[in-house]
Design a protein around this ligand. Structure first.
Ligand SMILES: C[S@@+](CC[C@H](N)C(=O)[O-])C[C@H]1O[C@@H](n2cnc3c(N)ncnc32)[C@H](O)[C@@H]1O
Length: 248
């Protein structure tokens, strides 16, 4: 199996593909004063198997376009939507986030949890701005330094993995420079990483290795995931996802 197929095989069985929680997504909805009283058109970009898409469709009066470049994740999302009776509120779109076919001013809300880093925060918030109606809302989570002091080791790790990691004040400045009025920011708590993402992932490793005959590539993927987890446990005081809310 190719490395991407292995990644898909591992992650498509999870209910979410990155740190987060329904509580935090709800907190963002409340801070943005989103309520079911108005009918909304929402794009959930980099939706994975739809942890947040399903919540948005269930709790708001919304039509949600769920975008991911992996059709395998969207197939799982479609099944979940059907089981939840939400199919009529969700349309899936297999597409890269930097080639979205949306019209100018098409959306009331653009939501992206744990995904904008794939095209880079600055590029993403800048390019997606035109798809929002005037006054439209952007909600994105993004890897963020929790303060200005940190060990050199973690600084080097992130400089290689994602050089755009920065403090919240820098991210907020990017939003301001890209035509948004920042509305709020909060940090995803550690349970969003450990209980909701890493623990369920680790529980899936034995079955994943068995399905893939314990191949060297499957073992390498598990080792890489374990390394990421160990890294987070060592340095979680210094970084997390920040949730950013901003109005166009
Ligand atoms: C860390 S996961 C987060 C998924 C989901 N939002 C969640 O919180 O569970 C990032 C997602 O972005 C998707 N992705 C990565 N690169 C992409 C791209 N260029 N265009 C669209 N989706 C992409 C991945 O397939 C994956 O589902």
């Amino acid at each position: 199996m190719e490395d991407l197929s292995l990644l898909i095989d591992l992650h498509q069985r999870a209910s979410r593909q990155g740190p987060g929680s329904e509580q935090c997504s709800r907190q963002a909805m409340q801070m943005a004063t989103l309520s079911p009283s108005s009918s909304l058109k929402i794009a959930d970009i980099g939706c994975g198997t739809g942890a947040t898409t399903l919540l948005l469709a269930r709790e708001l009066n919304a039509q949600v376009t769920a975008v991911d470049f992996l059709p395998e994740f969207l197939t799982v999302l479609e099944t979940r939507a059907e089981s939840a009776g939400l199919s009529e509120r969700i349309t899936t779109l297999a597409c890269s986030m930097d080639k979205l076919p949306f019209a100018e001013g098409e959306y009331d809300v653009i939501w992206a949890e744990g995904s904008i880093y794939n095209m880079g925060f600055s590029k993403g918030v800048s390019e997606w701005n035109r798809f929002l109606k005037p006054g439209g809302l952007l909600v994105v989570s993004e890897i963020t330094w929790l303060g200005s002091d940190r060990p050199v080791e973690i600084e080097q790790y992130w400089r290689e993995a994602y050089p755009e990691i920065a403090t919240a004040s820098s991210k907020i400045a990017v939003l301001e420079n890209c035509g948004y009025c920042p509305l709020g920011y909060f940090v995803l708590p550690q349970y969003c990483w450990n209980d909701n993402y890493y623990k369920p992932l680790q529980e899936m490793f034995p079955a994943f290795l068995e399905r893939n005959g314990g191949s060297a590539s499957a073992q390498a993927l598990v080792a890489a995931e374990e390394q990421e987890i160990a890294h987070y446990q060592r340095f979680k005081a210094y970084y997390s996802y920040g949730m950013y809310l901003a109005r166009k």
